[in-house]
Design a protein around this ligand. Structure first.
Ligand SMILES: *[C@@H]1O[C@H](CO)[C@@H](O)[C@H](O)[C@H]1NC(C)=O
Ligand SMILES: *[C@@H]1O[C@H](CO)[C@@H](O)[C@H](O)[C@H]1NC(C)=O
Length: 556
């Protein structure tokens, strides 16, 4: 036997002993006003991959996703549809739940801001902020865009001619949405009081926001002071009723962003019983957000948390948009991809793989049916699928190679290299995932089958078969053949384990084909030669039914 031990126990014991807090990952909560799009799907899948990766490493991981349901836009949309706001939200939330389930996203909590525990958490947080003197009443005047739920400074507003009515109207320069002059009393949060502490925090945590360029944007905005003016955190009920009431003032409704941000701690059990603060995983290991909501998450949110004396999340992963052609997908221009249709057409694992491989968090990424098709052909079908079927259908016994390859490892270069590539795939993927770099992790993993294909090309097991008689091969008297097959299937076994977070369905199918037992599918089992129990593969049907990646209907 080879002297290889799995790292199983070491791994899991170390992680539980040092810190029993689960790894907590969040996606944004999605505004139910708009139908799910590719961007939502991407965020959810990134979160799911991270969660599954930590699980693979033997840790307890929690993923939270959900829906943001309060605010003027919902109130108006529901009124327009002639239904109650809550039923409008029920329908919207269901769509996002369906998306999560079709994407095979294993969330632990689907939080809705209309959930009872959330409403209580928000009111509790409000009272804490008020008690600590961080809220005050003020008169608020300005240009307000209902559809953006945002006040704009006069410099950000201009008059345009509305071609539909022939009248001029004032609109936001940034969004083009109509603004009205509004004057009202509301509560403000002393955001300006946190400017110094925020700057200090950014300085001490230079990798708090990924990627770096966006961290710099945030720091610049806070340094300039423009992004840390005191923040209006309530609206008069006369204007907004669909929200959480201010607990101490029935004439006011809590601003939707304060309400929404609190979801991340509601889901982690806030308000906590003393001593139970880490029960739900807070502070989050990683909060995933789109680049359009950074100001709220990376300035307001940490300030709220500082005011509440709650630790800040460990990291934000911010990502760009998905473009169709050269344009941002947007409902108003009509160039949106319905994620449900895409899932139907390409299959969930294929789409997950595409999004993880082509999604670039730094810049905007391009979505195209052709690119999805191409990824499937070149990487999944040709590189991985062919390798698997070649090995499983060869004239050799995988079971015997796995069980009985007892000789000292061959020191020929091909073998040494193959073992090194297996280790490298695991090590680089682990390192990249530790940096929350899903893309680079997957890139490293799909290098492995490339090397495995080259290895087979070099070692030519089909030639080794011919060197001995059928009888000798069957009796296990062809050591060079067994060692070669063993190295090749080890690469596939490790590939299957590493792919699980990215393509859970296909990875499972692959590991099933190899007969790898359920409890031997963790990162600790990604050691060459550490599992000697697999290789008894079930009967794999002929034709497409038995293929890991059957042909895909071509794109038009
Ligand atoms: C637009 O703003 C100007 C002042 O900047 C104001 O005089 C005008 O009445 C506004 N128009 C509308 C339609 O509100
Ligand atoms: C993402 O974009 C950056 C900046 O253009 C580039 O350096 C990097 O290689 C890209 N990554 C991927 C995976 O395409």
């Amino acid at each position: 036997m080879f002297d290889v031990v799995c790292l199983v126990s070491e791994h899991s014991i170390a992680s539980t002993a040092s810190d029993d807090r689960p790894v907590y990952i969040t996606t944004p909560i999605f505004y139910v006003n708009a139908a799910p799009h590719i961007g939502h799907m991407y965020t959810m899948i990134l979160g799911d991959i991270m969660k599954r990766w930590h699980t693979l490493c033997g840790k307890r991981a929690i993923l939270c996703t959900g829906t943001d349901e309060h605010g003027m836009k919902i109130q108006q949309a529901a009124a327009l549809a002639g239904i109650k706001s809550k039923s409008f939200c029920d329908d919207g939330a269901q769509l996002f739940k369906n998306l999560a389930s079709e994407c095979n996203v294993e969330y632990d909590r689907f939080i809705r801001t209309t959930d009872k525990d959330h409403i209580e958490a928000v009111q509790y947080a409000w009272s804490m902020l008020a008690d600590r003197g961080y809220l005050y009443e003020s008169k608020h005047e300005g240009w307000y865009a209902v559809s953006d739920e945002t006040f704009y400074p006069t410099s950000q507003v201009h008059s345009v001619l509305d071609t539909a009515t022939g009248k001029t109207k004032n609109v936001s320069k940034e969004t083009g949405k109509e603004v009205q002059w509004v004057s009202e009393i509301n509560y403000r949060f002393r955001l300006s009081a946190f400017r110094e502490r925020l700057l200090e925090w950014y300085k001490d945590n230079p990798r708090w926001i990924l990627p770096d360029v966006r961290m710099q944007d945030i720091v610049r905005g806070v340094e300039a002071g423009t992004d840390t003016e005191d923040l209006s955190v309530s609206r008069p009920c006369a204007r907004l009723t669909w929200g959480i009431p201010v607990p101490t003032d029935s004439s006011q409704t809590i601003y939707v962003w304060l309400d929404a941000l609190i979801n991340y701690i509601t889901a982690a059990g806030f308000p906590w019983t003393p001593g139970q603060e880490s029960i739900g995983g807070w502070p989050a290991h990683c909060q995933i957000i789109g680049k359009d909501i950074m100001r709220f998450h990376c300035i307001y949110w940490p300030a709220f948390l500082m005011a509440l004396d709650i630790p800040l999340p460990k990291q934000f992963l911010t990502h760009g948009y998905w473009l169709l052609g050269k344009e941002r997908m947007s409902k108003s221009t009509g160039n949106v991809i319905n994620p449900f249709f895409a899932l139907d057409r390409f299959g969930v694992d294929n789409l997950r793989c595409f999004l993880a491989l082509h999604g670039n968090v730094t810049k905007d990424s391009s979505y195209s049916n052709y690119a999805i098709y191409d990824t499937y052909q070149t990487i999944l079908r040709n590189r991985i699928g062919n390798l698997v079927s070649r090995l499983l259908k060869g004239k050799w016994s995988i079971r015997r190679a796995v069980m009985e390859t007892t000789e000292k490892h061959s020191q020929n270069r091909e073998y040494v290299d193959m073992r090194a590539h297996i280790k490298k795939a695991r090590d680089i993927a682990s390192q990249m995932m530790a940096n929350n770099d899903v893309n680079q992790a997957l890139q490293a993993i799909i290098e492995l089958p490339l090397h495995a294909n080259a290895f087979i090309q070099q070692t030519e097991p089909w030639m080794l078969v011919k060197k001995k008689s059928n009888e000798e091969n069957a009796k296990g008297l062809n050591k060079p053949l067994d060692i070669t097959i063993f190295h090749a299937v080890e690469s596939i076994r490790v590939l299957g384990i590493l792919l699980q977070p990215f393509m859970p369905g296909k990875a499972r199918q692959l590991l099933d084909m190899l007969g790898v037992s359920e409890e031997k599918r963790t990162l600790a089992h990604c050691e060459f030669g550490c599992d000697r129990t697999y290789g008894e593969s079930p009967d794999i049907p002929e034709g497409e039914a038995g293929m890991l990646f059957p042909p895909l209907a071509s794109t038009e």
